[in-house]
Design a protein around this ligand. Structure first.
Ligand SMILES: [Zn+2]
Length: 335
């Protein structure tokens, strides 16, 4: 389990200063909405920001919040009696969870001015749950504040979005993530730079790389596989694909790395080496890019994206993989 100190590190908001400033001013002036929606890619800091906002609302010592009083600490530890955090259970937010929220939202707060409900990944709510939440947002109890997060507002009911103050969180600059990793996590400069690149503006992703070493190892394997496939003929490719398991999430993860690698190769061919994400594989990426050429690299990137999109639309894994093996341009004489 994480200690409180770790929580503090984990919960620090990286970037998004303008949002925090706006929220702080709203608290200061007492002009608050009943519902807020934070959108942006996974790991960009939506929930962390919601927790930080909750501290702004509950800390009775100072504004911005002191970080060390009982309220601040209990919010970080997620044990504050006036804070409730809802997350998808087995992949979705269910009607039962919203029903319970319904009951609690109308109770008076324990010791803060508000009862705060953070609903994480609202885009994963079932239609029943979303409709039930909408009813609360239409006539919210005076003392309740709802903080929703989602990848994109388009994935929510427009009637929910229109009742929220929406903040779209943009990717955080690489340099800021690198500095955070060096300072707060003690990561050495070279690695911090690589992780910042790989995280694509999402500090949460960089932290996952530190916490889950496996993730980093799998990336190396995936890149090796990519280079192997590009140089192999159809028979070898199909043989390789035949040995790939049935894990769809794993395939999506691998394709994401292949897409990044192909994008890196295009950047190299276009003379923008400094923007390469997989900076530790620069030599190999460059050699492969030169052999493949710009046109085939671009076509390959397109194929990879279309196969990944098909998988997100529930395409058959085996079929998708075989199609990719046949269509992905390479530099074996046969392909
Ligand atoms: Zn405090």
């Amino acid at each position: 389990m994480l200690s409180l100190n770790n929580w503090r590190t984990v919960c620090e908001v990286i970037g998004h200063e303008w949002v925090l400033k706006l929220l702080e001013n709203a608290v200061r002036k007492g002009v608050l909405s009943h519902s807020y929606l934070f959108t942006g890619p996974d790991g960009v800091g939506k929930r962390t920001l919601a927790l930080e906002f909750a501290r702004h609302l509950c800390c009775r010592v100072s504004l911005p919040p002191c970080g060390s009083c009982r309220d601040c600490q209990e919010i970080l530890g997620r044990t504050h009696p006036d804070l409730k955090l809802l997350e998808p259970e087995n992949g979705s937010i269910k009607i039962e969870q919203i029903r319970e929220l319904h009951r609690e939202a109308f109770l008076a707060p324990h010791r803060s001015p508000y009862r705060i409900f953070i609903i994480s990944d609202m885009d994963k709510a079932t239609p029943e749950a979303a409709n039930s939440l909408l009813k609360i947002l239409e006539e919210p109890p005076l003392h309740s504040i709802f903080l929703l997060t989602a990848t994109s507002p388009e994935l929510l009911l427009p009637t929910i979005v229109s009742r929220c103050q929406v903040f779209n969180l943009r990717p955080v600059p690489e340099s800021q993530i690198q500095e955070f990793l060096e300072k707060n996590w003690g990561v050495e400069s070279y690695k911090a730079n690589l992780l910042a690149r790989l995280s694509e503006g999402c500090p949460g992703k960089a932290i996952r790389f530190i916490q889950e070493e496996e993730l980093f190892k799998r990336r190396e394997e995936d890149l090796e596989a990519f280079f192997y496939i590009l140089k192999s003929d159809t028979v070898a490719r199909l043989e390789w694909a035949g040995e790939f398991g049935k894990d769809e999430e794993r395939l999506k993860e691998m394709l994401n790395w292949w897409i990044l690698a192909a994008r890196d190769m295009l950047l190299i061919l276009e003379g923008a080496r400094e923007k390469v994400v997989n900076a530790d594989c620069l030599g190999k990426l460059e050699a492969t890019a030169v052999k493949l050429g710009k046109e085939k690299t671009r076509m390959g990137l397109k194929e990879l994206r279309s196969i990944l999109a098909a998988l997100h639309r529930n395409a058959n894994l085996r079929l998708a993989l075989d199609v990719l093996m046949l269509k992905l341009p390479g530099f074996s004489q046969e392909v």
